[in-house]
Ligand binder design. Structure first.
Ligand code: SOE
Length: 385
């Protein structure tokens, strides 16, 4: 694994736990963890359960005792690490968004295709696909229970940078993160919207905004709960804080998307609703074990959204966990991701989402940025005369 911040921690627990709950056909071994600072990476390796550590990802990739490289670094290093690892014959799991630019994502996808011919596989980590309630939503849609899909309504709301004194961490720097709320949060919504509906986004019209343009420079810790020194010098925020866009899908649906880190009071409200001619589904990550379902064939007098508690052993992924009603959490989505990846590797099939899926999301992110920059759909409202 390269990187050991928030995502490195989430992935590590998944690599350790997957075989304790699922009968995996291959046995994950946490061979080595890589990071730049030798003391910090050694501490993280001990905590997360890695046998060894490296301070140069090139040395990690060169190791003969490693079969798979899990990339949990900021987006600016995804392409070079993934392409080199695939060329060295390693399988790759890469955190989302796949890359910082479409060009990088294209190179990565081409590298993944070349590697697949030699048996090395690549997957991008859109973990929310593996929320059982969302996997159930996908089944309902694929089974035709919602009929023709008309609308997607997706919001991803966080509030961890509402304070203008929150420091300029890497997620707020375009050269490291590519974009802001758009790529970090909106990428999940875009991937899910296309994955759930089976339709592709064909066009967008967008608005991006940076609400706090300057922030104090961060100290050593650059994660979601970083703090700034009051005297610290300030730097420019080079990404969007909030992204809004509407979209058209190739199956005729239309969508509205919102991704923001300024939705005061919302911590990780990743919500998505799909409306079809026969029914609707709605999900909110802050109630991760629930799916709301509306069946339009119900008697009008008593019809309504019903809350399905998605904890039955017959629901996706859940037979391995707890008895009905005993809830699962955010971390389980990563465990499910590892289960599916390991099973695909053992079978020799292509794990999903593929790098090509990651590229598809990257193309939408780029179209959103282009639309917002062009201001092409923004019609000013004349002031009152
Ligand atoms: C930070 O906004 C973040 O950790 C994202 O990077 C993740 O993808 C999301 O799952 C939770 O929030």
């Amino acid at each position: 694994m390269v990187g050991y911040g928030f995502m490195g921690k989430a992935h590590s627990q998944a690599w350790r736990n997957a075989e304790r709950f699922y009968e995996l056909p291959l046995r994950p071994e946490l061979t080595a963890l890589c990071g730049r600072s030798d003391q910090a990476v050694a501490d993280a390796a001990r905590t997360y359960g890695f046998a060894a550590c490296e301070t140069d990802w090139r040395r990690l990739i060169a190791r003969a005792d490693i079969d798979l490289v899990d990339i949990c670094t900021p987006g600016d290093t995804h392409a070079q690490i993934a392409i080199a690892a695939l060329a060295a014959g390693k399988h790759v799991l890469c955190e989302k968004p796949l890359a910082n630019t479409v060009a990088q994502a294209e190179e990565m996808t081409a590298a993944a295709e070349r590697a697949a011919a030699r048996g090395a596989r690549a997957m991008v980590g859109f973990n929310y696909r593996r929320v059982p309630a969302l996997a159930l939503a996908r089944q309902l849609i694929a089974d035709g229970r919602l009929g023709t899909i008309r609308h997607v309504r997706a919001q991803y709301l966080q509030d961890w940078i509402v304070d203008p004194q929150f420091p300029l961490v890497w997620r707020l720097q375009a050269d490291k993160a590519g974009s802001g709320a758009l790529g970090d949060l909106g990428a999940h919504s875009i991937d899910l919207a296309q994955h759930l509906t089976g339709q592709r986004i064909t066009g967008v019209s967008a608005l991006l905004e940076t609400l706090v343009p300057e922030r104090p420079l961060p100290g050593a810790y650059s994660g979601l709960s970083a703090t700034a020194d009051a005297q610290a010098a300030r730097g420019k925020v080079t990404v969007d804080d909030a992204a809004l866009f509407t979209a058209r899908f190739d199956g005729g649906a239309i969508g509205v998307f919102e991704a923001t880190r300024f939705a005061t009071g919302h911590k990780n409200a990743m919500r998505i609703e799909v409306n079809g001619s026969l029914g609707s589904v709605a999900f909110d990550c802050e109630s991760l074990n629930e799916l709301s379902y509306y069946d339009a064939s119900q008697d009008a007098g008593t019809a309504g959204f019903r809350r399905i508690l998605v904890t039955e052993p017959t629901h996706p992924y859940l037979a391995a966990w707890w008895p009905p009603g005993h809830l699962i959490g955010y971390e389980h989505t990563f465990t499910h991701q590892i289960k599916d990846l390991v099973e695909a590797l053992a079978e020799g099939s292509a794990p999903e989402p593929s790098f090509a899926d990651g590229l598809r999301t990257q193309l939408v992110l780029a179209a959103v940025a282009e639309s917002a920059a062009a201001n092409s759909v923004f019609t000013p409202v004349p002031s009152e005369r």
